[in-house]
Structures are given as structure tokens and as C-alpha cells.
Design a protein around this ligand. Sequence first.
Ligand code: NAP
Ligand code: GLV
Length: 309
Amino acid sequence: MALLFISGQDRVDEWQDHLKGEIPDLDLRMLPDYGNKEDIEYALVWQPPKGLLRSLPNLKVIFSLGAGIDHLASDTELPENVPIVRMVDPSLTSGMTEYVVMSVLNHHKSMRLYREQQTRKEWTPHVPPVTWDRRVGIMGMGVLGSDAAGKLSSLGFDVAGWSRTHRERPGIKTYAGTEQLDNFLSETEILVCLLPLTDETTDILNKDLFAKLPKGASVINAARGGHLVEEDLITALNSDHLSEATLDVFKSEPLDQDHPFWDHPKVTITPHAASFTHPSSSVRLIAEGMRRFENSEELLNVVDMKRGY
Ligand code: NAP
Ligand code: GLV
């Protein structure tokens, strides 16, 4: 079984070792010399070159190295009848929950202000509300949003979630669809974006949405840069309508050296590092997906390309 592996990162040796350890008879191929196109039956990819996957005539399944599949959906020449399985992996989920909890606590506890004060040797405490009076709103209540919501709720936060279809979650207030978005926003002090990037969610974090948040609210975007209208965020921060933003993802990555976010006093930046897919746990899921396909069993976590996620 030949699998074409295209990684966007530099942990290729680690991936190779884990893939071969989990699937001993695997014939692992990589760019640029991956041999005969006819040999390739599976692909495990992050941002593959456009048109490449369609050129593989015997491809059975495409596995996305990421939870998000926008890196594939942007390929206008994707093969039409090959299922795409996205990454749903405990290491990716727990990494994201750590990032969200850390960022929410930083906002809740005014850590950005303390870092600033420290540069001036200033001793001014800021009293946060108790967690059950702090309203955190999560846009996207899928695998990642639900896990983060549950952990934030365990810390006592007043958590709400917004999704496309209605989702019941114990202890979480849930809202669905555009008709309930305004109510969700009006009750959100710390907004976390964990939506997939689709036609409907592109540029969703914009001036109209920010205006519906209460004054002093803050924003955490750990989903995709394409969700955010960057100029609108800067305007909302500069006018003090929003108090701060933590951003992991950007319209263009790496973030341009001249980008105003770098020096903005109310913006905290991480380099698309909220969470990672760890080969030690995720190769098991890929092996299981291949086994399922070979045994004509239903594949898990297949992307609905019409819906876009
Ligand atoms: P998921 O399980 O597919 O969940 C997506 C959630 O978003 C679902 O609750 C879905 O609603 C909701 N949604 C989709 N379109 C919507 C719309 N138009 N309006 C309202 N809600 C909508 O995805 P996931 O695994 O949680 O991952 C979410 C995203 O996180 C990924 O797509 C990826 O871009 C990003 N991510 C970032 C990093 C990083 O390091 N920064 C790492 C991993 C993932 P329903 O529940 O009704 O379907
Ligand atoms: C990372 O950004 C992912 O989609 O998993």
C-alpha cells in the first residue's frame, strides 16, 4: 500500500518513524520523487500542490493532517469522488483546549496589563469578576469548541456556544444559526473563534460583529486568519470598544514583518501554534482509516465538501 505523505512542517522524520511503526508494510512516498502515480492509494497531506491529488488515478482516501480542510478546499482541482478524512485526534484537541484555557485566563486575569505595568514597575491590581460572572462565548461547538467549552465550564466560567445547528451540551448555553448570533454576542465578554473556514464564515469577525459585543470584550482567534477582518479589529481595539485580542492565525502566514499587529499593545500573537497534530497519537487514526477502507467499513470524520467542513 503506497501512501503519499506531504507535510507542511519539519517533523518529517518523526512522522516517518511513527507511520512505519504503526503500518509496517507501508510503502511511504514523499515529494519530489514519489515514483509512479498509479501506485499511490492513500495521501496524508497538508497544503498539497494544486492539482496533484487529482493526478493520482488510484487514490482511495485523502487524509488531512489538520482538523481544518481549507488547505484542500482551496484546490479547485481536487478529485471529486475521493473521500477526505479530517484530523480528529486527542493530541490536537487537548493542545487546542490548553491554548483556549490559557488565553481566556490571560484575558480574565488582565495578564496583558500586568506585563505592560511591569515595564513601568507599576503596582496596580485589577480585580476580575468571579469566573461564574465571566461570560465566555465560543463560536464553533465542534470537536475543539466542545472540549474547550467543557474545560472552561469546569473552571467555573459562564460558557456559551454558537454553532450552525442546535447542539445540547450539559452546563453550556447553546445558540445556533444567524438568527441567534446577536443574542449570543450580546452576552459574550471573551469571544473565542473555533469555526471552520467556509464561504459562510469567511470575514465573520468584522466590525458589525464586534459592535454587537459588549464594550470591553476581548477576542481570541485560534481558527483561521480568513475569519478576521484585520483592519476592523484594529479599529475596534483603538476605539477601546474591544480591550484586547489573542491571535494565532492570520490572513497571510507567516505574518508580514510590517504588519501593525506585531507592535499593537493590545494584541498577543502566536505563530499558528495553538495546537499541533502529534504523529505519536494520530498515526493510529490513519491506520484505522486505511483498515476501514480496505474492509469496506464506514470511514470516520469524512468531510462534507458541500457544507465545507
Ligand atoms: P468541527 O468539529 O467540524 O466543528 C466545527 C463547528 O463549527 C461545528 O460546531 C459547526 O456547527 C460550526 N460551524 C460551521 N459552520 C458554521 C456556521 N456557518 N455558523 C455557525 N457555526 C458553524 O471542527 P473542529 O475540529 O472543532 O475544528 C475547528 C477549526 O479549528 C478547524 O476547521 C481549523 O480551521 C481550526 N484549527 C486551528 C488550529 C490551530 O492550531 N490554530 C488547530 C486545529 C484546528 P455544527 O455543530 O452545527 O456542525
Ligand atoms: C491546524 O491548523 C489544523 O487545522 O489542524
